[in-house]
Design a protein around this ligand. Structure first.
Ligand SMILES: Nc1ncnc2c1ncn2[C@@H]1O[C@H](COP(=O)(O)OP(=O)(O)OP(=O)(O)O)[C@@H](O)[C@H]1O
Length: 573
């Protein structure tokens, strides 16, 4: 607030100076023409300057409004937490003394959380450990918070790269979604912050690795194993669709496995393949989709040469595996799971995520994705001409139900299963017998080997390109740290209440079950065992903690900060 006020004060004199300058009479000219043009130029200058000023004032106004809104929301949420805990305790078999202790515990956590919210979090608060992932915009690394010794995954994204590739809105969407959605199938975000060069997401560490690595280790999965992962992916997608978000980039690399082997969706908003600079000839696809029904015109080497023998399933699998990691770590990424309507940029909705699910299911059962080709552009062509290219290799011996479900996922949007909601897919015969509500409590298809909290054996080994930088993000007042570009990243900082909660102690359900006196239940466990009807209608109050807004020194308007019409269209659906 103070920073907003001082920023406004700083603004005013400059504004007055400009107005004074604009009102200075132009030198007289004998015919009045030069004077007129000078006056006109001055007027135009005034208009231009005042529109820049207006933008700054609007940004400051928004900052102040957001700040107050955030304060009110924070207060409300604190009250809700207290109220819910009191209700839960009233129903629980806990002595009065115990109840008082638990309530005191909550207040302690609240104070801790308030302190944390005021603390300007930075990369210096963490000990940087092993690199566990690399993407187009940065890296993911295991880290340990110095103050608490808690282990997290830190995703670090280079701001300049995000700006260069017009991904600012996408990264913002990722932060927003992770902060909003509270689902066991979505990776949990604890906090986000930034320094002058990078954006950081501090997430729960999922030590089971990702689905891409699992698939590379196993070649193919059985139908039962696939069913488990496909079912959990459906629940993950359903939870983001309920929030009116579309992922658009669901692929095995983004399906992570927790310690017990259950699946969580991650990596929201960075839709690299939508970046047309990555696929320079993307407009050709339009032509390919409309005109070509002949597989041989789709650029796939295998089919372009009719005399070349078709690869067997095993050969294709080996070929795919050889290229897979290279594709994953390239700046272009793999287009193998992207829906045709997304590639064609003709407007798309949530159905595109169900297409990706179909492609992943195919890969689990067959060993490679359905439209795999030598190079990404050929894959894109095959996707838009999916009718000619979707083939189930006989050697894979898929059940009729599996083939039917895949064919209903990999088809035109208007016929695609899931268009009316996830329930359509859940009701498909391939899932007969799946207990959707109990899935998360069931034993996973594979239990990953994880020896301790720092174990990274389920991840690829990545070379350190440079020693982990412990660049200071805290030295000096934060406003001085930010460059003018940072107007694009205003409001990125976020802190989740759960960062101050201890997830290890038993819950009240356990207390009731054993009916003896185990360790005290924690606030978190009490919330976790709360009935869904006890929760606010969106069921996500713990994750809806306010954004700590940041106002950069300069709020220069930037061409990068606007949402493309395509993005807003997708978001509005
Ligand atoms: N919370 C996490 N816990 C464990 N591993 C993770 C976590 N988040 C990401 N990873 C690992 O890092 C890899 C890259 O992560 P992610 O896809 O989020 O990064 P990215 O830079 O957005 O990549 P992409 O280029 O796919 O957009 C994942 O495939 C996974 O192996």
């Amino acid at each position: 607030m103070d920073s907003a006020r001082s920023w406004l004060q700083k603004l005013q004199p400059r504004d007055k100076d400009r107005e004074r300058g604009a009102k200075t009479p132009a030198p007289a000219s004998p015919n009045g023409g030069a004077g007129n043009s000078a006056r006109m130029a001055a007027a135009a200058g005034e208009e231009a300057l005042s529109s820049a000023t207006k933008q700054k004032v609007a940004a400051a106004k928004q900052y102040i409004e957001n700040h107050y809104k955030s304060q009110m929301k924070s207060l409300q949420e604190r009250k809700e937490r207290r109220w819910m805990l009191e209700r839960k305790l009233a129903d629980a078999d806990v002595s009065e003394e115990e109840q008082n202790n638990i309530l005191k515990d909550l207040e302690k956590k609240e104070t801790e959380y308030m302190r944390l919210r005021r603390h300007k979090m930075g990369v210096d608060d963490f000990e940087l450990l092993t690199i566990i992932g690399r993407g187009a915009f940065g890296e993911v690394r295991l880290c340990r918070e110095k103050a608490t010794s808690n282990v997290y995954a830190m995703k670090k994204l280079k701001k300049s790269e995000m700006l260069r590739r017009g991904q600012v809105e996408h990264v913002r969407a990722e932060r927003d979604l992770l902060a909003e959605v509270d689902s066991p199938y979505i990776v949990k975000l604890y906090c986000s912050f930034q320094d002058d060069e990078f954006l950081y997401l501090i997430m729960e560490y999922l030590p089971g690795g990702d689905m891409m690595t699992l698939l590379m280790r196993k070649d193919t999965l059985t139908e039962d194993e696939s069913k488990f992962y496909v079912a959990e992916t459906i629940l993950a997608i359903e939870s983001i669709h309920k929030r009116i978000y579309i992922h658009r980039d669901i692929k095995p690399d983004n399906l992570l496995l927790d310690r017990s082997g259950h699946l969580k969706l991650s990596d929201f908003g960075l839709c690299k393949p939508l970046d047309s600079s990555c696929f320079p000839n993307l407009s050709d696809l339009d032509y390919a989709a409309g005109k070509s029904t002949n597989p041989s015109s789709d650029g796939d080497k295998q089919s372009s040469n009719s005399t070349a023998p078709r690869r067997t399933q095993q050969e294709q699998l080996l070929h795919w595996q050889k290229n897979r990691r290279m594709l994953a770590y390239s700046t272009v990424g793999t287009p193998d799971y992207i829906a045709p309507e997304v590639l064609l940029k003709k407007g798309y909705g949530m159905e595109c995520d169900w297409w990706s699910l179909g492609a992943i299911m195919f890969e689990m059962l067959v060993g490679y994705p359905p439209f795999y080709s030598e190079d990404p552009m050929s894959t894109c062509r095959k996707i838009v001409n999916w009718r000619s290219h979707l083939k189930f290799p006989e050697e894979a011996s898929l059940s009729l139900e599996a083939k039917d479900l895949i064919s209903k996922l990999l088809c035109n949007v208007d016929q695609r299963i899931g268009t009316k909601g996830a329930h359509e897919i859940k009701a498909h015969p391939w899932f007969a017998g799946v207990e959707w509500e109990k899935l998360y409590q069931m034993e996973a298809a594979f239990i990953p080997e994880v020896n301790d909290e720092l174990d990274t054996q389920n991840f690829e080994k990545f070379e350190e390109t440079a020693p982990p930088m412990q660049t200071s993000s805290k030295a000096g007042p934060w406003r001085k740290m930010l460059s003018s570009k940072d107007v694009n990243f205003v409001g990125y900082t976020y802190k989740n209440f759960e960062i101050v909660n201890d997830p290890e102690l038993p819950g009240i359900a356990e207390l009731k079950k054993t009916n003896n006196k185990p360790k005290r239940p924690t606030i978190k466990s009490l919330f976790e065992t709360a009935d869904s009807e006890d929760q606010p209608s969106d069921g996500s109050f713990l994750n809806l903690l306010p954004t700590q807004l940041e106002l950069p020194e300069s709020l220069e308007p930037s061409p990068h900060s606007s949402i493309s019409s395509e993005d807003s269209q997708a978001r509005n659906r």
